[in-house]
Design a protein around this ligand. Sequence first.
Ligand code: HEM
Ligand SMILES: *[C@@H]1O[C@H](CO)[C@@H](O)[C@H](O)[C@H]1NC(C)=O
Length: 537
Amino acid sequence: MDGHSNPTPILISSTPWLMDDLKLDDLQPVIKYGALAVLGLTLFRKALDARKDDIPIIGSFGLSSYWDAFKFIHAAPDLIQQGYERYPEGIFRIARLYRWEYIVCGPKLTKEVGNTPENILSFYQGVEETTQTKLTMGREIAENPYHQLTVRTNLTRNLHTLFPEVRDEIVCSFDDVLQLQGSDWKLFEIFPTMMDIVARVSNRLFVGLPLCRDKAYLENNVQHTVDVISSGMIISLFPEFLRPIAGPWISKKDKSNARALKILGPILEERLEKERELGTDWPGRPNDLISWLLEIAEGEQRTPLDLVLRILALLPNEASTWLRSILPQWLCPMHFFDLTIHPEHFLPMREEAERVVKEEGWTKAALNNMVKIDSFLRESQRINPGGPVIMQRRVVAKDGFRFSDGTLLPYGAFLSVASRPVHYDTLKYENAASFDGFRFERERVQYMAQHDTIDDTQDIFKRHMISVGVDHLPFGTGKHACPGRFFAATELKAMLAHIVINYDIKAEVEGVRPPDMVFGTIISPNPTGKVYFRKRQ
Ligand code: HEM
Ligand SMILES: *[C@@H]1O[C@H](CO)[C@@H](O)[C@H](O)[C@H]1NC(C)=O
């Protein structure tokens, strides 16, 4: 368990929350030999690749680009910022260990990435490069992600109906996890604390009571998430052709899936049996993820093991880890850090939440009127987008992909869109670098004060937490824009409203935001950062 005293290889040094559960000793040889194999086999190949196109390079070319590739681990945000400043509406590339990363900038080209279909710019192959889903979660998940349909349809459509369950679980889980007594301040490590709460609240919707409070079930979810991220990171260090060989040895998927099957298996057997007997229409059929999946699953997919893979893959921890950088955003430590160093936002949000709840009660519709809370969360995502780039894609069209500006990316190329630089662009946001929690709410109020007739097709009316666009990319934009965002926004807004009404919070050290961690293209809020809570006085 004591991961911190082990010598820590570079790749995970900045994500210590993984280390607690990782057996480092198992990984050392893999990393050592892996690194050697990697260097020997790929140095040569990439040197040749450099000549293949004339897209501008940020950093160096030729042999010293290998040094850049290592530097990338801590300097990626700076390199990408430099590139964006030089080519704000263009495309540049940066050296990675075995390949180039093409970075796309500006509204026009960003839209093109968002709207180009899977058979030309592949979202799944882009994600696969960093997560190695096939090896870490299961081939089935990567090959037919039908389970994702349930997020877009059933989950999102049921948010109104199921809101009372969300609300109930928020109240109980904060009580159980925080265990606050009297009027004393108590210090919490935000990341694991929120992981416990979010797991319970989300599972209440997915699998319901009593499983969503079952300790073994919840622990397995967390362990599974850790296994998937850590093994995916390590497998990604190998060059592509070695991954199928090294992967199965590193991946913990079989063990992890077997553990989940032991817990979920009996429930799934029972549900499958019921559907075999009674079809999809029987009294008391739960409105949960299992029913949603069974409505779509066919043939081999109707087995407990395949269903377990889907459930695990959709748990918010997992769905969001699947895009790696997003987990910390989802668990929202950043929102706490932003709130504790900008405490002037606290009381206005408390006033708003109390007023709205008094008028409308705790409903999903009431959340729409918590406009300060919504603006605060959107601003927090703008300032902390999780990394300098988003929307990873791979060119899968045999002839490559040509953007409207004439730039041609070769077959097999990996690309992504500059996101953080856009969020910090002073041409797009006033005082772009400063946190201004109510900016989106204020622009609407100002507009309404200045205009007699209100044209709500104006851009300022589209700046809610769930609105996506080329200037605001935390959820991506276009065809693959996160379908989980309605659920995420509902849960995050309901949690923040609950917190401001029921608790006081303050920074561990007044005015100090625990420093972010940088690892390649991930910028994570501090995973061990702490915040004080007490019962509202
Ligand atoms: C604040 C939390 C979250 C953030 C910031 C986030 C962000 C994203 C981003 C950036 C993408 C990819 C967009 C692209 O490449 O074009 C994405 C896709 C996706 N997200 Fe989320 N996400 C969050 C929470 C969730 C949750 C809770 C779920 C599930 C319940 C979820 C399910 C998905 C799925 C299924 C996709 C793939 C969409 C597709 O295949 O078209 N996300 N998300
Ligand atoms: C889930 O949504 C789909 C698409 O709207 C619908 O056909 C299906 O009946 C829903 N499943 C359940 C169990 O409600």
